[in-house]
Design a protein around this ligand. Structure first.
Ligand SMILES: NC(=O)c1ccc[n+]([C@@H]2O[C@H](COP(=O)([O-])OP(=O)(O)OC[C@H]3O[C@@H](n4cnc5c(N)ncnc54)[C@H](OP(=O)(O)O)[C@@H]3O)[C@@H](O)[C@H]2O)c1
Length: 237
């Protein structure tokens, strides 16, 4: 690992970092010199990412946590402040697909679970990270959305609706932070070879899809101190 990466000595909090897109972003940011704080439930997945990062000479802090444990999220601020004094990058990437079910037949608990992870946890984290991002010279937030928020399809139910809510939340947040050095953007990754995509399209050959690694240049651009985009939705195909 060089000591002149594009995120040298930046501190990044990434949710959903145990696999898929979040894991790829964590590895890339660490390779670019960031210290990455990684949130997900699966300890084994987080440890695999950590092993990869350590092998590159990078560093990570693992936070095994269920994002629906809201009190734990609310309590993340003080330890981050004490250890790092700030946060430079927040990537709100974790999400669940829920079930592919007609709205009228959607199970109520499953509905609330999807809202808890995809919307409420991101809002709880926004509250926690905003003061820390403001302490950075160039705080950057990236919220990961989906094209189905803007092009809704039958049976995508709670997932589509939560991504739509997330997009509006990100735009409101961006407007509130317009006069600060914090930049907030949405990234819609498009079809990507992950567990979530396989669950949504079980008959699809994953080898026909781009890998999560192919997205990391765009995440890097939005996370970099020189990023000037704000309140934008960056849509990849
Ligand atoms: N893949 C695609 O084609 C595609 C397309 C459009 C948008 N996206 C978006 O891209 C983002 C990443 O998705 P992905 O495809 O990489 O999905 P994935 O492989 O299923 O990964 C989802 C990540 O979210 C974490 N997560 C889920 N529920 C959690 C909870 N309750 N607490 C903590 N962590 C939780 C998972 O970790 P644990 O299970 O270990 O907790 C995992 O690390 C999502 O926002 C998704 O909506 C993906």
């Amino acid at each position: 690992m060089s000591d002149t990466g594009r995120l040298q000595d930046r501190v990044a909090l990434i949710t959903g970092a145990s696999r898929g897109i979040g894991a790829a972003v964590a590895k890339r940011f660490a390779a670019e010199g960031a210290h990455v704080v990684l949130v997900a439930r699966t300890v084994g997945g987080l440890e695999e990412v950590d092993d990869h990062i350590k092998a590159l000479g990078g560093s990570a802090t693992l936070v095994p946590c269920d994002l629906t444990e809201f009190e734990r999220l609310d309590n993340l601020g003080p330890p981050l402040l004490e250890r790092f004094g700030r946060l430079d990058i927040f990537v709100g990437n974790a999400a669940v697909l829920g079930t592919m079910t007609p709205l009228a037949q959607y199970d109520a608990k499953a509905w609330h679970d999807v809202f808890d992870v995809n919307v409420h946890a991101n809002w709880r984290l926004m509250r926690v990270v905003e003061p820390l991002l403001r302490r950075s010279d160039a705080g950057r937030a990236i919220l990961v959305t989906s094209a189905v928020a803007r092009r809704p399809k039958a049976y995508w139910g709670a997932y589509a609706i939560t991504k739509s809510a997330l997009e509006t939340m990100a735009q409101v947040w961006a407007a509130e932070l317009a006069n600060t050095s914090v930049r907030v953007n949405l990234l819609s990754p498009g079809a990507t070879r992950t567990q979530m995509r396989s669950a949504a399209f079980p008959g699809e050959d994953p080898q026909t899809l781009k890998t999560p690694d192919a997205l990391t240049d765009t995440f890097l651009e939005l996370a970099s101190p020189d990023c000037t985009r704000h309140g934008e939705l960056v849509e990849l195909s």
